[in-house]
Design a protein. Structure first.
Length: 179
């Protein structure tokens, strides 16, 4: 893998936004409407990440966590964890630079996310939502022990609706895997 995982900050907004847009344009072709991947995507992602990373969330338990994977000082992946009102932690994003997928960076980010949740939110389940038709991501989450816990419709900016799966890693799974 050869990537280092570190905590991110507002200074990472540009790199994360660029990688996020590139990942969407690679992984979601033929899955999401073409207009959602258009010319405005990089700017929209940059505004989103600047807002998210500069926001004040109050209590540390309510504060999202950005994890960055770097190789030679370059951002090659990221994960974003968001505490939810129901006590679970949403893995809102996990993206790896196209061309580097399959090399262990995603696995390292998911492992770091699970470790962060175990340390900072003991007893909380980690979950994510993935587009049903993103077969590569679905296969990855299943290989990594995610349990499919729901099927739903996701509503995206621009108003389009797509089928999603929810995958969960429970706190009980973490305890069993470390025993």
């Amino acid at each position: 893998m050869n990537a280092t995982i570190r905590r991110g900050s507002v200074h990472d907004a540009g790199a994360v936004a660029g990688l996020h847009a590139l990942s969407w344009r690679t992984a979601y072709v033929g899955i999401v409407p073409e207009q959602a991947l258009g010319d405005g995507l990089p700017e929209e992602r940059r505004a989103l990440w600047e807002l998210r990373l500069a926001a004040e969330y109050g209590e540390p338990a309510n504060t999202p966590e950005l994890l960055i994977a770097e190789q030679a000082g370059r951002t090659v992946g990221f994960a974003y964890l968001v505490p939810q009102p129901d006590g679970r932690i949403l893995l809102d994003n996990l993206h790896v630079e196209p061309g580097l997928t399959g090399g262990g960076i995603g696995r390292a980010l998911l492992g770091a996310a699970r470790s962060h949740v175990a340390r900072q939110h003991p007893g909380a389940d980690l979950y994510l939502e993935v587009l049903r038709d993103n077969s590569r991501a679905v296969a990855f989450y299943e290989r990594e022990g995610g349990l499919r816990t729901a099927e739903q419709e996701g509503v995206f900016p621009g108003g389009f609706v797509l089928p999603e799966y929810e995958y969960t890693w429970t706190a009980a799974d973490r305890v069993q895997s470390t025993s």
